[in-house]
Design a protein around this ligand. Sequence first.
Ligand SMILES: CC(C)(COP(=O)(O)OP(=O)(O)OC[C@H]1O[C@@H](n2cnc3c(N)ncnc32)[C@H](O)[C@@H]1OP(=O)(O)O)[C@@H](O)C(=O)NCCC(=O)NCCS
Length: 171
Amino acid sequence: MLLRQETPADREAIHAVHLAAFAKHSVPVVEAKLVDELRADGDLIGALSIVAERDGKIAGHVCCSPSRLGTDEKSTVGLGPLGVLPEYHAAGIGSALMHAVLGAADALGYGAVVLLGDPKYYSRFGFVLAAQHGITPPVAEWTTAFQVRTLSAYTPELRGEFRYSPAFDRL
Ligand SMILES: CC(C)(COP(=O)(O)OP(=O)(O)OC[C@H]1O[C@@H](n2cnc3c(N)ncnc32)[C@H](O)[C@@H]1OP(=O)(O)O)[C@@H](O)C(=O)NCCC(=O)NCCS
């Protein structure tokens, strides 16, 4: 497996990965479209948009975008989507992408990564419920799935209401 930043040549393959990964979800196109819209808005952080290559093709992708936490607009990122082609599930690709993106976010000096997802999966990467750190979701119903992974530069002042990049609000 090769992990690397996305390049312009990967765009269609990334879209296809998310369409296939989320095929069983109610509206699979949403996640694929979200990546395209984040990129079009200039809100896909290049160093945090990582693909996994396997057998010469893009088998997985994860990305992060800028976010706001309380009044802070530079210390946290929103993670998502994360997707792996179904035929490659349970082969360690999702985990490799998560470790790579968290390491890169830490190296870039961010204080925390925030996401909405299944705690049963993300807890293995050090995510805890965001409420434990005083971080609240933009939609109250998300609270039980809204998580944060603190990084080296985290300080307890990083708290308050979290807002994703505008593309998330257009979903
Ligand atoms: C979630 C996803 C990215 C995991 O990718 P992956 O490459 O299969 O993950 P890994 O091989 O690193 O890890 C597989 C492990 O995660 C577990 N897992 C996968 N999804 C899970 C979930 N929603 N809840 C709990 N565990 C989950 C698997 O059971 C497996 O467990 P094991 O390590 O005990 O065998 C992939 O299943 C996927 O693309 N799913 C559809 C899209 C999606 O749901 N994305 C996340 C949105 S929150």
